[in-house]
Structure formats: structure tokens, C-alpha cells
Design a protein around this ligand. Sequence first.
Ligand code: NDP
Length: 273
Amino acid sequence: MTDLYAVLGNPVAHSKSPLIHSEFARQTGQDMDYGAILAPLDGFAATIGRLRMEGYRGCNVTVPFKFEAFSLSTSHTERAEIAKTVNTLKFAEEGVFGDNTDGAGLVADIRNNHHVAISDKRILLVGAGGAAWGALFPLLAEMPERLIISNRTIAKAEEAVRVFSSRARRKTEFAARAFDALAGERFDIVINATSSGLKDELPALPQGLFAEGSLAYDMMYGKKTPFMTFAIEQGAEKIADGLGMLVEQAAESFFFWRGIRPETRPVIEKLKS
Ligand code: NDP
């Protein structure tokens, strides 16, 4: 029998996950079907209940249900436990297993697809929402020289530092800064983990943040954001969007479900074209 999976979100019609997982299934010869399901804003848990009844094996979870997916999981991987959000659910008789693959996807994309090392680098993470929280543990695990988290609402960045500081190795400076307190600082990798690009806005970052040879990474994909334009004007050497992260986090989910690691490169190339 074909194994059923889906992505749940609201909205969800725009999701590229069905295409990505169909490619992975074809590539690895897995008998599975992956769809997109619109869950009502007040009906996430009920939708999960229905999918389990119908024999689904698991699902991905996107905006705005990642926190609810965490609460609903009966057990979590370490990285999900730390991030307090879940984007991947695996259904079993014993319960619902929750994982968070977003951060691992980001790190894999930067390191393997953009060929930029994170260890010993100066990293600026802009944003303190679900995506930033998911990225913190995997980024800290790479042991950068500095990891500075900055957010429009600074209290959320400070809270992230409180929660994650025990995960930082001694060699990594890990701190929160308000946008204006970044003036005069230089970074090798600047990651935009805000949703500012959705509204064609630019976080109010100071000038001169990009060190020579730096990478500017926007987690958003599908359009050139004001952050990317700013980074080009400010002399960042490499500009990346979040398409590779999307495919890499999907590959991590696929591995969580099927125990097989698909090739990501051909799928990234297919999506780009
Ligand atoms: P959240 O809603 O949880 O967080 C939004 C964040 O953006 C907050 O830090 C918020 O700041 C900040 N923000 C929004 N507008 C602005 C602005 N105009 N200026 C400055 N800061 C702003 O969203 P997520 O964390 O879930 O997602 C963030 C982005 O990451 C989205 O664009 C999403 O599409 C992308 N993403 C990409 C993935 C991929 O695979 N490529 C995976 C997951 C997410 P404040 O706290 O002050 O409100």
C-alpha cells in the first residue's frame, strides 16, 4: 500500500513540499504519496487526528502551526525539544514523534551548497521568530566565533540567548543586540530570518555590516527581497535565498520518516529552473 504524507498549513496552496517529496520518492524508489492539506486555523489537532485515522504515516507542518505541532507531539527529537517548535511529525501506534529540521536544513545549505564554513565565523542572525529559534541550536553546534541575534523586538532575541546560552561552546560569543547597537560591527554571514521580505520591507539594520567576502542569506525564497538588495549595495560577496534550505530541511524530514537520504542538488536545480 502506498504510504501517505502531507504538508499542513494555512495557507498551504503555495507550498513546494509536494513537488520536493515526490522528487525524493521517485529518486529513492519509495512508494509514497505526498499532498498539501489546508488545516482550519482552529482545527490543527482535529486535522492531525483525521490523518492518523486515515492511515497517514506523517506530515510536515508549516505556518502557523509549528508551535501547536510541538505541543501535540508525544515525544521530540533533541533539536525539536530545544527549538520548542516542530515542522515534521511521524505517526506511530505509540504516539506522535516531532522533529524540527529547519535549522539543519539551513546549515546544510550554507555549508554544502554555498560552500561557506560556519565554524570560526562571525554570524549575525536577524529575527527571533520560529525560524530563527529553529536555527540557533544547529548554528551554535557549528561553533562560530560569534553568533549575534538581533530582532526588532529585542526582548525576543534576549529571551533566545537566555534559552540557548547553555548550548553555546565557550569559544563562541553568543549575545543579543538591538539593530542600532550593531553599528560598527562586521559579519561574515548575515542571515535574514525575519518575514520582512513578505511585505517588501527591510529590517532597520545599520550600514556596513558585511565583511569582505561575506554571505548574505535570506530564508525567504521566490523573490528578490529588500534585504538582498541592501546586501548587494552594502558589498556582500554572495547572496542566497532560502530555496536550498527548503529542500535540505525536506531531505531531513524524508530521512526522519524513511531512513534514506535523498540527493538534494538535482531537486534544487529543478526548482530553480
Ligand atoms: P515568525 O512570524 O515566527 O517571525 C517573524 C520575525 O520577523 C520576527 O522576528 C519579527 O520581528 C520579524 N519581522 C517581521 N517583519 C519585520 C520587519 N519589517 N522588520 C524587522 N523584523 C521583522 O516567522 P518565521 O520565523 O516562521 O519565518 C520567518 C521567515 O523565514 C519567513 O519569511 C519564512 O518564509 C522563512 N522561512 C523559510 C524556511 C525555508 O525553508 N526557506 C523555513 C522557515 C521559515 P518581531 O519579533 O519584532 O515582530
